[in-house]
Design a protein around this ligand. Structure first.
Ligand SMILES: NC(=O)c1ccc[n+]([C@@H]2O[C@H](COP(=O)([O-])OP(=O)(O)OC[C@H]3O[C@@H](n4cnc5c(N)ncnc54)[C@H](O)[C@@H]3O)[C@@H](O)[C@H]2O)c1
Length: 317
């Protein structure tokens, strides 16, 4: 059992990682500047003596007292909405933020795991995407701030591994959903669910034939835990290969919410990836990992969570 620092620990995924590492007997220090995360995600941990929260921007140097065994860097805005609202912050957190995280890991002789993304593949010209695919990213496009920030983050992580022998891990996360996503954060699932519950038209961009592969958050947390404990320095895709068109996804949400909403079509934003599906053979072979939660089961849990948020007006966005 050791001490784990979780950067972005009050975000959607970060807070689930706090729960997992506490449940497996670790001490957890969550660091977050709350720019897209929320304290309510970790409110249930406030009396836990094994848990500490530090409010800090990781773009500033990180000072953590005491020993650290593992640093997980999950700090970064991740919603397409933020690509225009927080573009500089996104570039800084993937570059300076990850640089600071690496320095912390080096100072403490800790393992570090960087949360990268399937967006490093950009608008892919091969489908599905193996880790060996080098991607098709437009550096000056609106999405470039996120894609290039993560590509830089991976690059500096490998540089620290090669130059200093630091134990580094890189996870390329494909679309992940579940409780604690924010209803108003602009990602496809919260968008569809809040429109469906309000009886508003469901907005599908393009013709809806673009695809995504959605994984439930507990599957991702399993994969991250296994990767962090492995000796795998190469990037690993963690995602659910169950690919679906966005139109079909919208129809599933309408059914799950018993909504009368209609589907309306709007122009596809520039650079939006047309296909997205992970190859997960590396995760299977090297981590013994594969996703377990079927989409409809995971979606039901997520929809119930969003319903609770709307009914209790916790987040009337
Ligand atoms: N959810 C997904 O589908 C997905 C897919 C690929 C990659 N990721 C990556 O996983 C990580 C977590 O994403 P999420 O979906 O939980 O998003 P989130 O917005 O819920 O969580 C990110 C957290 O990082 C914090 N943060 C942002 N900038 C910071 C900074 N400069 N200093 C300190 N804290 C900062 C935010 O306040 C938030 O709590 C991100 O790195 C994201 O890029 C997520």
């Amino acid at each position: 059992m050791g001490r784990v620092v979780i950067l972005g620990g009050s975000g959607f995924i970060g807070s689930h990682l706090c729960d997992r590492y506490l449940a497996t007997g670790h001490e957890v220090v969550a660091v977050d500047n709350l720019c897209t995360g929320h304290k309510r995600n970790i409110a249930h941990l406030s009396d836990n003596k094994q848990f500490q929260f530090i409010e800090q921007d990781i773009v500033e140097p990180l000072k953590i007292d005491g020993p650290v065994d593992l640093v997980l860097n999950f700090a970064s805005p991740a919603s397409p909405k933020d690509f225009t609202i927080l573009p500089i912050e996104i570039l800084m957190v993937g570059s300076r933020g990850q640089h600071n995280a690496l320095d912390l890991a080096r100072e403490k002789d800790a393992t570090i795991l960087f949360a990268s993304t399937s967006e490093v593949y950009g608008n892919p010209q091969v489908n599905p995407q193996p880790e060996s695919y080098l991607g098709n990213v437009n550096p000056i496009g609106i999405r470039g701030v996120y894609d290039e920030s993560k590509r830089f983050g991976e690059s500096i992580t490998m540089a620290y591994h090669r130059k200093y022998g630091l134990r580094t891990r890189i996870v390329r996360i494909f679309n992940t959903y579940g409780p604690r996503m924010q209803l108003g954060d602009g990602r496809v699932l919260p968008n569809f669910v809040s429109q469906a519950f309000r009886g508003e038209p469901i907005t599908v961009y393009g013709d809806g034939m673009q695809t995504r592969s959605f994984q439930y958050v507990s599957d991702l947390v399993d994969g991250v835990e296994k990767l962090a404990a492995s000796d795998c320095t190469d990037p690993v895709n963690i995602g659910n290969p169950d690919e679906i068109t966005i139109l079909q996804f919208a129809q599933e949400i309408i059914q799950l919410t018993n909504s009368k909403s209609e589907i309306v079509f709007k122009d596809l934003p520039p650079g939006d990836p047309l296909v997205r599906q992970p190859v997960i053979s590396r995760a299977k072979e090297r981590l013994g990992w594969e996703p377990k939660v079927p989409r409809l089961e995971g979606l039901k849990t997520a929809v119930d969570y969003f319903k609770m948020l709307l009914e209790t007006s916790v987040e009337a966005q």
